[in-house]
Write a protein that binds this ligand. Structure first.
Ligand code: PMP
Length: 412
């Protein structure tokens, strides 16, 4: 069959579809050839607690997980998972809309509705799928999505899948956001997509101003609270709660893979027509539902997070101490003040970032090495994320490790 629109390729001349990755392959090989341990291939040989694991045979403090509230080894959470595994088996083998909704999925959605005090909750198999599904289903061809340029990949992918017009604005810039909204043609559907905490630098969005402006322009608002759920706000409902705008947003997206301590995603909403999403949202319909053990652990964890006030207070103490301590040591940080459980340390370049990452690992500390395209402005970051289970003494130990590694690598 002839394909006149395709460029003619001579026989024996077929392009290797992997050639587009050649630069990345070369960069990675260059880094590893220098003897650098691969920062993207670490194995946790044994996990001892939310804050400690054995890596390369050594007891390591974990400062690069999203286990903000330390729920992964909570005895009630673990017991609920074991019970559900015994009672309901290892998996549902089906979609939520067919055979994949068990009692546990319903209970998990009940726990979320109670946690957020909202009318509707829909559980997805991951947070990635929740953003992909809700954004692509709500905003389609002819609609406009106004979003922060530093949005998570799952948000961008949801925008692309829905084929709406995508209008990004400069990170956390309220005026730039309003300018974009003003330019949208009269009568078009509008969705503003924001995050509570931006996970690379650990900074929060000025939601009070942004939500008010979005509403003034008649846009619906979706806020991804992946990195704030359980921690930020009096009841852990996120930056929307802290900023006093929870009743003004149309959708909150979240994940079970961070503070909740397992895997899964969700959307909560008060929109009266929200339930129709269960029939029209393809990343909800066309994938298998979460295993019963996972929804049981999630529901138990969410209910415990409702009473996590003391843990939240301790996590704030940890965040303030680490941020202040690193700043005093002379490290350059992603924010001037601690805004979340993420403290990002800015590295001069990838080579020194990777060297510092390895030096810390040898000290017995694991942090995330983050690099473009995940990071804004081409930055290489050592991302530290704190846990409510880190003790005050552990935070002091961590600061000592940063001081020694930073001096050895020549960063401070
Ligand atoms: N949104 C944000 C802001 C995230 O950081 C992430 C994961 N890092 C997700 C969504 C996706 O969550 P999940 O891990 O549940 O797919």
């Amino acid at each position: 069959i002839s394909q006149p629109d395709r460029p003619q390729v001579r026989e024996g001349d077929t392009p290797d579809l992997f050639s587009k990755f050649d630069d990345l392959i070369a960069m990675r090989e260059g880094l590893l050839a220098s003897g650098q341990e691969d920062p993207f291939n670490l194995v946790m040989e044994k996990v001892l607690s939310p804050t400690r694991a054995i890596c390369n045979g050594r007891d390591t403090i974990l400062l690069g997980t999203y286990n903000y509230m330390g729920m992964t080894f909570d005895p009630d959470v673990v017991a609920a998972g074991k019970q559900a595994l015994a009672d309901f088996g290892s998996g549902t083998t089906g979609s939520r809309v067919l055979n994949g909704t068990y009692q546990g999925h319903r209970e998990c959605e009940d726990a979320l509705r109670e946690f957020y005090a909202m009318d509707h909750a829909m559980v997805f198999s991951t947070g990635y799928l929740a953003n992909l599904g809700i954004i692509s289903t709500i905003a389609g061809k002819g609609d406009y999505i106004v979003l922060d340029i530093d949005s998570h990949a799952s948000i961008w992918d949801g925008c692309a899948m829905g084929k709406a017009e995508v209008v990004p604005f400069k990170h956390n810039d309220v005026e730039a956001m309003e300018k974009r909204l003003r330019r949208i043609p009269e009568g078009a559907g509008k969705l503003v997509v924001l995050e509570g905490v931006y996970s690379m630098l650990g900074d929060i969005a000025p939601l009070k101003e942004m939500v008010a402006i979005a509403k003034k322009h008649g846009a619906m608002v979706l806020v991804d609270e992946a990195h704030s759920m359980g921690f930020i706000g009096e009841n852990g409902r996120g930056v929307v709660e802290q900023a006093g705008v929870i009743d003004d947003v149309d959708f909150i997206i979240g994940t079970f893979s961070k503070s909740v301590g397992t895997v899964g995603g969700f959307c909560v909403s008060n929109h009266p027509k929200f339930e129709i999403m269960r029939l029209v949202c393809r990343p909800y319909v066309f994938t298998a539902s979460l295993p019963p053990s996972v929804v049981a652990t999630a529901a138990t964890s969410i209910r415990k997070l409702m009473h996590g006030g003391n843990k939240r207070a301790h996590l704030w103490e940890n965040s303030r101490r680490l941020h202040g301590g690193l700043k005093d040591l002379g490290f350059q940080l992603g924010t001037d003040d601690p805004q979340s459980a993420i403290v990002a340390v800015i590295m001069p370049d990838l080579a020194r970032g990777a060297a510092m990452w390895e030096a810390l690992l040898k000290e017995g500390l694991y942090v995330n090495l983050a690099r473009p395209p995940a990071t804004p402005a081409n930055m290489t970051l050592l991302r530290c994320s704190l846990c409510a289970e880190h003790s005050a003494e552990e935070v002091e130990t961590i600061l000592g490790m940063f001081e020694r590694a930073g001096k050895a690598v020549g960063i401070i």
